[in-house]
Design a protein around this ligand. Structure first.
Ligand SMILES: Cc1cc2nc3c(=O)[nH]c(=O)nc-3n(C[C@H](O)[C@H](O)[C@H](O)COP(=O)(O)OP(=O)(O)OC[C@H]3O[C@@H](n4cnc5c(N)ncnc54)[C@H](O)[C@@H]3O)c2cc1C
Length: 483
């Protein structure tokens, strides 16, 4: 006699939840999977729209190819042929420096310089800053235990000016965060390892670059550029994943209101159908919560109040993304990079801009350009309350002066992402460890999402897969051992 497979609910249909669902669905003895998503569509912040021949990314536009979990998943679901590299004609990014766009010195891996010459010649840094940067290899490693902020780490190793003019916009921009509060250990652990293992970021970066070159000369070069994206945009990843999840129930407009441990075993999930307004309770053997941490906290309040409060302690920042379309001749700048970042010290009102149609082919019709401006982030929370008119006027003013644009865009598309980007502040690692310990004491419950072990799409995929594996092991040991 065979028993029914365990029933698992995945709460949240973003990339984390869907990666978990795909992993579970492909176990030799898959459970019965239900994905409950409160929005009208799957994908969370991965959203792509088409408009007048333009392909607009409303959220993320790229995956880091070096983190294998994203590219591997694309391979598994048959999307690898559709993955495109960034343009070969242009490289690098610009940074705003004293009101002008300057190239970020070539070979700067966020905060680890791989080459000397581009730093000697860059107009972005003063001579004292260049000398201080050159002395990086002489700076002793940190001996103090405990966490350090991203800002303190960079100032200590690279000097204040290099931090303010280059690292802050590049590194802080990834998290849309405040580098004085972000934890270096949780946001960029690789640089802490570089300091620990090589005593210097410069030495470590040069060793890594030499190793990479050696590897490339043997393998004939990497398969992909540093960043990749599906040809039809981030939503193509979601559509393809969803197509592969035919055995699962994928239910949109289903808002989970609460979770409680069921009397005998398993979990009772209260679900509001947003179409009908009707609330139902459903029973599952296991639950994987793949929502933002503060939502997971609200859901788990009745189960473990301390856990709920810990989850709510992970802060979030919001940001506003503006897609703007222009005729090519409207822009004076050569657009000879993938975009630009803006240091806080420049006191401008935008954080960054991607030259979307330069970065990836097929994003704008011939003779036109698609730009994507980022505003807000942890340091400018007030931007989230601006009107559409304020957002567009600001984006136009900033892009106008930096890129030499005099005419209005053909169209704009604003997307506000409120509380979308978790901030890994000082002490994040300890907080996550404590959360994980408490979750481990709740049988049949797992957490996934960008709040814990990395914000990038590949990290979310890996965290989702790992949570799925743990849940399957707990509910169906034989099946997961065989996988
Ligand atoms: C503007 C922007 C640009 C980015 N750019 C990049 C990039 O280029 N490359 C990169 O690697 N990363 C990028 N990121 C980060 C990355 O996209 C995210 O970290 C990742 O997509 C988060 O996925 P997730 O599934 O964990 O969360 P989400 O996408 O937030 O999904 C969570 C889902 O849970 C649902 N939900 C919440 N509460 C409930 C409930 N009670 N009941 C049911 N459903 C619920 C939500 O509706 C949502 O769909 C970017 C992020 C943003 C915001």
């Amino acid at each position: 006699m065979t028993s029914d497979p365990p029933r698992i609910a995945i709460i949240g249909g973003g990339i984390s939840g869907l990666a978990a669902a795909y992993h579970l669905a492909n176990l030799p003895e898959p459970p019965a999977i239900t994905v409950l998503e409160q929005g009208d569509r799957l994908g969370g912040v991965l959203q792509t729209e088409s408009h007048d021949g333009f392909l607009l990314e409303l959220g993320p536009d790229s995956m880091l190819a070096r983190m294998p979990w994203g590219v591997d998943l694309c391979r598994e679901i048959g999307l690898s042929e559709q993955l495109v590299s960034t343009s070969k004609d242009q490289q690098g990014v610009h940074v705003v420096s004293r009101g002008q766009l300057q190239r970020v010195p070539e070979g700067l891996a966020i905060m680890a310089p791989q080459r000397i010459w581009p730093f000697i010649t860059t107009p972005t840094l003063s001579w004292p800053a260049k000398l201080r940067l050159g002395a990086e290899r002489l700076i002793p490693s940190r001996t103090a235990e405990g966490d350090e902020s991203l800002a303190a780490f960079c100032r200590r190793r690279l000097g204040r000016e290099t931090f303010e003019r280059l690292v802050q916009p590049l590194a802080g921009g990834i998290y849309m965060g405040d580098p004085e509060q972000l934890s270096i250990r949780s946001t960029f652990p690789q640089f802490v390892d570089m300091e620990t293992n090589h005593g210097s970021l410069t030495r470590a970066a040069r060793a890594a670059a030499a190793q990479q070159q050696e590897k490339s000369s043997h393998s004939g070069g990497p398969e992909y550029s540093m960043f990749v994206a599906p040809a039809r945009g981030a939503a193509q990843l979601i559509e393809t994943l969803a197509q592969q999840l035919t055995g699962c129930q994928l239910r949109c407009q289903q808002q989970v209101k609460s979770l409680t441990a069921a009397e005998a075993s398993g979990w009772t999930v209260e679900v509001l159908d947003q179409g009908t307004g009707i609330c139902n309770t459903e029973h599952y053997d296991g639950v994987l919560v793949a929502t933002p941490a503060f939502r997971a906290g609200a859901l788990l309040d009745a189960v473990d109040t301390d856990l709920a409060r810990q989850l709510e302690r992970i802060p979030y920042a919001g940001c506003t993304v503006v897609n703007l379309a222009y005729p090519r001749e409207a822009i004076a700048h050569p657009l000879d990079s993938f975009g630009f970042v803006v240091p806080h010290i420049e006191q401008r009102k935008i954080l960054a801009c991607t030259f979307s149609s330069v970065k990836y082919a097929g994003r704008a019709p011939e003779g036109t350009v698609l730009l994507r401006a980022f505003l807000g982030g942890a340091c400018y929370p007030e931007v989230m309350d601006w009107t559409d008119e304020q957002v567009v006027a600001t984006a136009r003013e900033e892009l106008g002066s930096l890129l030499g644009i005099a005419q209005p865009p053909q169209f704009t598309r604003i997307t506000r992402w409120r509380r979308s980007m978790p901030q890994y502040h000082l002490g994040h690692q300890e907080l996550v460890q404590s959360i994980e310990q408490r979750v481990a004491e709740l049988p049949g419950l797992e957490l996934a999402g960008n709040a814990y072990q990395g914000v990038g799409i590949p990290h979310c995929i890996r965290v989702g897969q790992q949570a799925a594996t743990r849940l399957a092991t707990a509910l169906q040991p034989a099946a997961s051992q065989a996988s």
